[in-house]
Design a protein around this ligand. Structure first.
Ligand SMILES: *Cc1c(COP(=O)(O)O)cnc(C)c1O
Length: 427
């Protein structure tokens, strides 16, 4: 198996003689499938640790804090692991804030709260928790937080999320930094909004924030956005606002095709693009990576249920489906799919599909894959981010269990759902 099909240090083949077995750290994935069933999400704690450290290292020259984007993978054990590595959190809902509160009381002090539609109830919860920063996305939201903070007599540090109007080369659903998108306020309107913040008794204009999208691999877009943000910071300071934070958002892309990328050097390139424009401003930089930290640290394990041939099409039908991992259907994502036990059997061109009743339920189309038999296990790689969090119960399919591996240990960090769970609350 070439490096293309491995995700070191989390997912590597051992070097057996005839067959090679895919491991998560030191645990054979076949063992996990047998113990916990399929479909099954498996994450490598060691890989998360390594990626966080590389990311921190890349930004070492700049005063910074990582506020991990909870929406990428919000399992409590993953959040605890990240908190233990010194990460804060970026949340986009009251529910995500409650997850962070479960991690530890002090964890909520490290939270930045983003999103275009924060409700009053969500703002109240965040004000009471004393979060680090509110990223505001409209004039109406600014009015709302000013009223809510006034009513509760709680101070709030706020930043306007500006829309820098820079294009990012990614899927249209996850591009957010153009004026036609719903996110942020036009950067040209930001100054008057900061004037408004200055008149609100309980609000402090503490930062400027930006987030241009997700799965962005051309880092020059980040650089262009930060140039505009740096210029705005200078103007705001001149106007008397005490801007101390710049929140650069998340969005650093990963290589879904090939796992041989050197993450440390990519992170260094990303850091250079982001921090270059901020040099000399004496700011604390907040970073909100999600995918780049957890994406390659997870796989979705699935078993081949049937094979079938319709005319000249070959289908491999697996027990995972679009409800478990929607990225191929929703974003045309191409996840690598590899056999858990690899022999030197030949290759064939197949569609890998799930059992759900729609044609959009596929993991790969016309893909060259090693020949698999019914009952074989496959691993869908890079499923650690936007996998389980986007899972649904369509077709009344209980969601998979989640396993966290560290060295030789494997822990269930979320039990497999049951159909009883699904019908609870219905009558
Ligand atoms: C989704 C999101 C992120 C994380 O994006 P990744 O591409 O996973 O790094 C960060 N910040 C905000 C505001 C987001 O909406």
């Amino acid at each position: 198996m070439s490096e293309l099909h491995q995700r070191p240090p989390g997912f590597l083949y051992n070097s057996g003689r005839k067959t090679r077995e895919l491991l998560c750290e030191r645990v054979p994935l076949a063992q996990l499938a047998k113990r916990f069933g399929t479909p099954l999400y498996v994450y490598s704690a060691g890989m998360v640790r390594e990626r966080v450290k590389a990311f921190q290292q890349a930004f070492a020259a700049q005063d910074h804090a990582i506020c991990y984007s909870v929406k990428a993978n919000s399992n409590l054990s993953i959040l605890k692991l990240l908190a233990s590595l010194g990460c804060g959190f970026d949340v986009v809902s009251g529910g995500e804030l409650q997850r962070v509160a479960r991690v530890g009381r002090s964890a909520t002090k490290t939270v930045v709260f983003s999103g275009v539609g924060k409700t009053v109830a969500e703002m109240e919860a965040a004000l009471k928790a004393g979060i680090l920063l509110f990223n505001l996305e409209s004039a109406s939201e600014l009015d709302s937080i000013a009223r809510t903070a006034g009513r509760l007599k709680k101070n709030a540090r706020v930043a306007m999320r500006v829309n820098p109007d820079v294009p990012a080369d990614t899927h249209p659903y996850i591009s957010t930094g153009l004026h036609k998108h719903k996110f942020g306020v036009p950067i040209g309107q930001a100054r008057e909004l900061y004037e408004k913040i200055a008149t609100a008794k309980y609000l402090q204009a503490a930062g400027v924030s930006v987030h241009i999208g997700s799965q962005i691999r051309d880092f020059s877009s980040f650089n262009a956005a930060m140039e505009r943000v740096a210029e705005l910071v200078r103007q705001l300071r001149q106007a008397g606002h005490d801007i101390r934070y710049v929140d650069a958002g998340g969005g650093m892309g990963i290589n879904y095709r090939d796992g041989s990328d050197d993450f440390a050097s990519l992170a260094a390139e990303y850091a250079a693009a982001v921090t270059g424009p901020l040099r000399g401003l004496g700011l604390q930089l907040l970073l909100e990576p999600g995918r780049a930290i957890v994406g390659p640290a997870g796989v979705l394990l699935t078993r081949v249920v049937y094979r079938k041939t319709n005319g000249d099409k070959k289908f491999v039908i697996v027990d995972a489906a679009m409800n478990d991992l929607i990225r191929p259907s929703l974003y045309q994502a191409q996840h690598q799919i590899v056999p858990v036990s690899s022999t030197s059997a030949g290759a064939e061109t197949v569609d890998v599909v799930g059992p759900i009743c729609e044609s959009g339920d596929f993991f790969a189309r016309d893909r060259q894959l090693p020949v698999t038999a019914e009952g074989d296990l496959l691993a869908i790689l890079d499923a650690g981010a936007y996998g389980m969090v986007l899972a649904s119960n369509y077709n009344t399919r209980p969601r998979p269990a989640e396993i966290l591996v560290s060295g030789k240990s494997a822990k269930v960090i979320r039990k497999r759902e049951t159909t009883t769970d699904l019908m609870r609350g219905e009558r």
